[in-house]
Design a protein around this ligand. Structure first.
Ligand code: ZN
Length: 188
């Protein structure tokens, strides 16, 4: 009897699978889809040395603080009516959401280069590398300060260019009676 159970299953590994870097960056972008911010949606994904996801987050209001009552605008004259004093950034949420005690040696995948406040927390948490997509605020003092601190603290950072340009999850394409994402059951 053939080792694979006698049918014609392929015994070589599948090609075209999602690579680690795409997987983690996609996880951060999927998290960003949870954001209620009408202007900026950011997600962050923390990964340990064993390539295990240990934290996910997106920008949002603190726990218990209603995202219907607190403001989302950034154009109000009164600072108290702007979002900035309230929103928790994705990076901080990913860190506080972590499912492990320590984040030493971890890396963070994030859609947008971290601001100075997040950079402080990233450094203090022991995260050693930041992989980002956009650096659109590179001229802002917050970003310049963040990079300054990362360099001093020895936190590496690099921009990520995905090899795979598009990752689509289309539930309409799932054939529930022949779900190919489920591994075939071994036959006895
Ligand atoms: Zn931030």
């Amino acid at each position: 009897m053939a080792l694979n159970g006698g049918d014609n299953q392929s015994i070589t590994k599948r090609e075209g699978y999602l690579e680690w870097e795409e997987y983690f960056m996609a996880a951060s972008f999927l998290s960003a889809m949870r954001s209620k911010d009408p202007v900026t949606q950011v997600g962050a994904c923390i990964v340990n040395k064993e390539n295990v996801v240990v934290g996910l987050g997106y920008n949002g209001m603190p726990k218990g603080c209603s995202d219907d009552e607190l403001p989302w605008t950034k154009h109000s004259v009164d600072k108290l009516d702007n979002k900035y004093l309230y929103v928790v950034h994705a990076e901080v949420n990913a860190i506080t959401n972590r499912n492990t005690a320590l984040l030493d040696g971890c890396r963070m995948y994030v859609g947008l280069f971290p601001c100075n406040e997040c950079a402080k927390v990233i450094i203090q948490a022991g995260i050693r590398e930041v992989i980002f997509m956009s650096d659109k605020h590179c001229a802002k003092p917050e970003t310049i300060a963040a990079k300054r601190m990362f360099q001093m603290a020895g936190v590496a950072y690099r921009q990520f260019t995905p090899k795979q340009k598009k990752i689509v999850i289309d539930f309409d394409l799932v054939d529930w009676n022949n779900a190919s994402q489920v591994p075939p059951t071994p036959r006895k």
